[in-house]
Design a protein around this ligand. Structure first.
Ligand SMILES: Nc1ncnc2c1ncn2[C@@H]1O[C@H](COP(=O)(O)OP(=O)(O)OP(=O)(O)O)[C@@H](O)[C@H]1O
Length: 342
């Protein structure tokens, strides 16, 4: 099978080759592109590839993660603001639509965009103009949209969380990046690439994997996809001495990641375990007079789990609502899991 390096996306799998061909084919048409795929499958790399294949390649590529900020900050990030638009707006800010110029604007996790901003984005896509915060004058907008989501856009539309009209505007052409476990040969191919790259960069002496390590990697489901493979190997290379990666070196980090995958979201800190915690709390009787006081960690946990439930188990979206990063939620849940296991 041919080995491909498509603008930094490495693969020798025919499924990925098809994606590369489609990206190149539609590049000249210059239409809005939507990229789906599990976390870590390379959606941002694919978005950059769309840009680099297009006639806009010499122009800016601006990436915005819609899940990272609250509504006001996101509005300012996207559309910019005028000086004095809100407290702390001490100078004009251009915003992504303007900064993208005649280039590409990449909207990652676009399904998490709050409804009012979806309406403003729709106008930008339809009318090719937008109004910065604190301004009344529409400004022209020339860049092309590439959007992405690790959750289903059509499901977000059916749940009423994403505007159907915006869906059709952003999703003129769609690419689905297959998960790593479905890319024949890619686990070993990418593993060898990362081993070589980080060994060289960090002056380590790793040159190969033993058979057990290769088998373990082939059998593993890679829930975090290429990002997870890269991170696990980075950790292994940093912590160990070569020349060969053994299965024992991989075991710890692989098991750690699976602890989460094997427990459904509802079970992590919810359901039975949450009820147990509640019982323990009641038994401990945290009362003052006739008033019950809940510990701060408990309130925080309930708030986080409530947000995750509201977002149908989507941590990225919940993190957006809570105005924290998804990794903060993962870290806290890991701690609760450990507490429960004690
Ligand atoms: N095929 C690939 N070849 C080389 N590196 C890759 C490949 N796919 C992903 N990566 C690397 O994996 C990491 C994650 O990639 P990227 O951010 O593009 O994924 P993503 O799908 O956008 O993730 P998320 O959904 O979490 O935003 C990056 O470090 C990227 O360089």
């Amino acid at each position: 099978m041919a080995v491909n390096n498509f603008h930094g996306i490495l693969s020798q799998c025919s499924l990925m080759e098809e994606v590369f061909t489609s990206i190149s084919r539609c590049a000249a048409a210059d239409v809005p592109v939507f990229i789906t795929g599990e976390t870590g499958t390379g959606k941002e790399l694919a978005a950059r590839a769309c840009h680099l294949e297009s006639p806009r390649r010499e122009q800016p590529f601006i990436a915005i993660n819609c899940a990272n900020l609250n509504e006001n900050l996101m509005e300012s990030q996207l559309f910019g603001h005028r000086r004095g638009a809100f407290t702390g707006a001490t100078s004009d800010h251009a915003g992504a639509l303007k900064s993208a110029g005649h280039g590409t604007l990449f909207l990652d996790e676009v399904t998490t965009l709050p409804m009012p901003l979806q309406a403003k984005l729709l106008r930008a896509v339809q009318e090719r103009e937008f109004v910065p915060l604190g301004s009344h004058t529409p400004e022209k907008f020339e860049a092309q949209f590439v959007s992405a989501s690790s959750t289903s856009l059509s499901e977000a539309v059916s749940r009423g969380e994403f505007r159907e009209d915006l869906y059709y505007r952003l999703n003129v052409v769609m690419f689905d990046l297959p998960p790593l476990r479905k890319r024949a040969g890619d686990v070993e191919f990418l593993a060898r690439h990362f081993l070589r790259a980080y060994s060289e960069a960090w002056n380590k002496d790793f040159v190969n994997f033993d058979e057990d390590a290769l088998e373990r990697m082939r059998d593993y489901p890679w829930p975090g996809n290429v990002r997870q493979l890269e991170n696990i190997l980075k950790g292994v290379i940093a912590l160990n001495y070569g020349p060969v990666v053994t299965a024992a070196m991989l075991e710890g980090p692989m098991n750690e990641a699976m602890k989460y995958q094997q427990r459904p979201a509802a079970q992590l800190g919810m359901g039975a375990s949450l009820a147990n915690m509640q019982q323990r709390l009641r038994k401990n009787g945290r009362r003052r007079g006739d008033q019950e006081v809940q510990p701060l960690w408990w309130v925080e946990r309930e708030t986080i789990e409530h947000a995750i439930k509201l977002c149908g188990g989507n941590i990225i979206k919940a993190a957006g609502l809570l105005e924290v990063s998804p990794s903060t939620i993962y870290r806290k849940r890991e701690k609760w899991l450990q507490q429960e296991e004690q």
